[in-house]
Design a protein around this ligand. Structure first.
Ligand code: FE2
Length: 193
């Protein structure tokens, strides 16, 4: 797994920090939901590898500051399919399927297959919230970093459309009881050691 992460380094600015922060938020949501230790292990892996398929996407697209046109968006969206193909033989099915479905939306408007509600694997629904939070609060080629309060409000606003309300609830609980920050720090420290 370390070699896959190392390969992703340099693909997108701060990918190393991004994947471990997503992993940390995902674990803290999973703990609030009472996931088994095996599922917490799986969600940690999914958090780190959710975008591994971007290794097969043209790096010019990944760092493009302007918005992408339709063919470019289609190419970018294929990172979910590539990620599944790259991990299917290496990890349990729960892990590779969560990577495949991490851009599905609760209302069925996501990709790659437009799955809705509980048809989206639980681990994918968790990573979707954690990924959105980190994307909003991190500086990207196309946007400056926005405050945590704004990201939390956005996630609350999209509960029931983009995100599973049960996961949003668990995310908000992990923010208010502080476990969110503690777990994220632990994961980042572990990754750095
Ligand atoms: Fe992604």
């Amino acid at each position: 797994m370390d070699s896959l992460i190392a390969a992703m380094e340099g693909l997108v600015e701060d990918i190393y920090g991004h994947v471990h922060r997503v992993s940390g938020v995902s674990i803290s949501i999973g703990e609030i939901l009472g996931l088994s230790p095996a599922d917490l292990d799986r969600i940690a892996t999914v958090g780190v590898l959710h975008d591994v398929g971007k290794l097969h996407v043209d790096t010019r697209l990944l760092s493009k500051p302007a918005s992408l046109d339709v063919p470019e968006v289609e190419l970018m969206q294929r990172h979910t399919l590539f990620g599944f193909a790259m991990t299917a033989d290496l990890f349990e099915r729960e892990v590779s399927e969560a990577i495949l479905f991490h851009h599905e939306r609760y209302d069925g408007s996501g990709y790659p297959h437009g799955r809705a509600g509980d048809e989206i694997p639980l681990l994918a629904r968790i990573v979707a919230v954690a990924d959105a939070y980190d994307a909003i609060t991190s500086e990207r080629a196309y946007q400056p970093a926005l405050p945590a309060d704004f990201a939390i409000e956005e996630i609350r606003n999209y509960s029931g459309t983009q995100f599973d309300p049960m996961i949003v609830e668990a995310f908000l609980d992990s923010v208010s009881d502080g476990s969110f920050e503690t777990t994220q720090r632990l994961v980042l420290d572990l990754a750095a050691s």
